[in-house]
Write a protein that binds this ligand. Structure first.
Ligand code: MN
Length: 497
């Protein structure tokens, strides 16, 4: 048993015990660890370390976010069906429906293969849509991605760039859209140097000179602020310094003429209180002590940002005339910036877990919005096809043996699948394998199925009987055309006689 993986595990359990008093919760996670450790026993990561480190670290990430135990257990198991000799059925035997469904959701996402950036992005986007009904899977995917980014140096340059670009283009905007601002910041910062290496080095060099001084200075301001609040009898939960995310600093520098001296939130001072009224009391105390900088006060509590962000921001002329930004928020707003708009179902204030699925309709709406934003970006200008809301609700997503996603209407069959790919494949189709099992041609497909079409090159014409069960317009059209051609071909032969 690799010692360090076990230590990460103990840390995870220590965190979970604090918000999941139920003994069964920790037990689930412990069993997931034992199972994954055996399953991945002989595997190594590209870094050379034992494979088990990766899922266990991803689990710890989610424990820090106080995610329910079943999500953490599923995270620890997330690479088992894809990368080991153990199957999803083996997991089901030991862990039951709930955890198994989460692992299955992640595995479906994992089947997407890289086949050119555009194609990959398209695939990934579709799968995020398909996952709309269970957002917990997306959390696992975020934690998985974070750890992959942390160990990115072990990969060849081209692959590093690809993973980082995907993160910037897909994962970070989705995290932002879900209101998970901390997650977005982490994803962007870890990708930044791989996607824009020159810009990254430049930003780092700008920052370096100023940071050392700032860090020391902010310690002093924290102390002064605590004294101030204590003196006024204002209660607070925490006062801490918070360095600006690097990629967001870079973008801000571009807006401010690349002049770092104009940026006042390199380190902001963050004050968390128990309620909204106290936020304003803190603001009052600060403005009485230090003069606010004109035009720099923003009340994102009364008027939240379009992405849902809430806090009070103010920049003041602090000790020695230096400008310091204060960010004041209550604990609920603080939690929201971690969990995003699911804060309320993922984990409520009492610590009681809430494992119900989020409202599917609301999520479809959210994700449609994300998709629209993605398409508005230049990078996606070539992706013309868009999924309409009514289309999406009755769609299923299946895979070719090469890992491409094909979306089909509910009730679609292997014949529909074949015709959607190519009319020749449809016309010469004689059988189908779904997830390595032979099925009949009228078999109803399910999301996540991998489909292999068996063809006979001597067969050139689709059967008219297939019209009884096909669901797609393409299949119906091609079957009729093929029949018409066959009939006119026969008529021609008869005429020639
Ligand atoms: Mn993974």
């Amino acid at each position: 048993m690799p010692k360090a993986a076990k230590q990460i595990m103990e840390e995870t359990l220590g965190l979970v015990e604090k918000y999941e008093p139920d003994k069964e919760a920790a037990e689930q996670i412990r069993r997931a660890f034992q199972f994954a450790e055996i399953a991945h026993a002989d595997q190594k990561r590209a870094t050379g370390e034992p494979y088990i480190y990766h899922p266990v670290r991803a689990g710890l990430t989610l424990a820090k976010m106080k995610m329910p135990a079943n999500i953490i257990a599923a995270t620890i198991l997330h690479d088992v069906p894809e990368d080991t000799d153990y199957s999803i059925e083996d997991i089901e035997k030991d862990f039951g429906q709930n955890i198994t469904n989460l692992v299955r959701g992640v595995t479906k996402l994992g089947k997407l293969k890289y086949r050119g950036v555009e194609r990959y992005i398209e695939n990934l986007r579709k799968m995020f849509m398909a996952m709309a009904e269970d957002l917990r899977v997306v959390f696992i995917k975020f934690a998985d991605r974070l750890d992959n980014l942390e160990t990115l140096e072990a990969l060849p340059e081209k692959k590093r760039y690809r993973v980082a670009l995907e993160t910037m283009e897909i994962y970070a905007p989705i995290a932002n859209r879900l209101g998970m601002f901390e997650m977005r910041g982490k994803l962007e910062d870890l990708s930044f140097k791989h996607v824009y290496p020159k810009e990254y080095l430049w930003t780092m060099s700008q920052l370096k000179e100023r940071m050392e001084h700032k860090q020391h200075y902010i310690e002093t301001v924290i102390r002064l602020t605590k004294n101030l609040l204590d003196k006024d009898g204002i209660q607070y939960i925490s006062v801490h310094g918070r360095a600006k995310h690097l990629y967001s600093l870079y973008k801000k520098l571009l807006k401010y003429g690349k002049d770092i001296s104009r940026i006042h939130d390199l380190i902001a001072l963050r004050i968390v209180t128990k309620d909204i009224a106290t936020c304003y009391a803190v603001l009052g105390a600060i403005h009485q002590q230090w003069k606010p900088m004109p035009g720099r006060f923003k009340d994102y509590i009364a008027q939240p940002k379009p992405n849902g962000y809430r806090s009070l921001h103010t920049s003041v002329f602090c000790e020695n005339g230096e400008v310091v930004e204060f960010q004041i928020r209550d604990s609920e707003m603080h939690a929201e910036s971690e969990y995003g708009i699911v804060a309320h179902w993922a984990y409520d204030e009492t610590g009681k877990k809430e494992t119900q699925k989020s409202q599917p309709l609301q999520w479809v709406n959210e994700l449609m919005q994300i998709q629209k934003e993605l398409e508005d970006k230049k990078h996606f200008s070539e992706i013309k096809e868009s999924l309409k809301i009514d289309v999406f609700q009755n769609r299923l997503f299946v895979f070719t043996p090469k890992g491409d996603v094909i979306d089909l209407p509910e009730g679609a069959t292997p014949v529909d699948f074949a015709f959607v790919i190519h009319s020749d494949l449809g016309n010469s189709c004689v059988g189908a394998m779904v997830n390595d099992q032979m099925v009949s041609l009228d078999h109803q497909l399910k999301s996540g199925d991998v489909i292999f079409i068996i063809t006979d090159k001597n067969r050139k014409v689709a059967s008219i009987d297939w019209l009884k069960f096909v669901k797609t317009r393409q299949a119906r059209h091609h079957i009729k055309t093929a029949q018409k051609n066959k009939t006119s071909h026969l008529l021609n032969i008869l005429k020639k006689r």
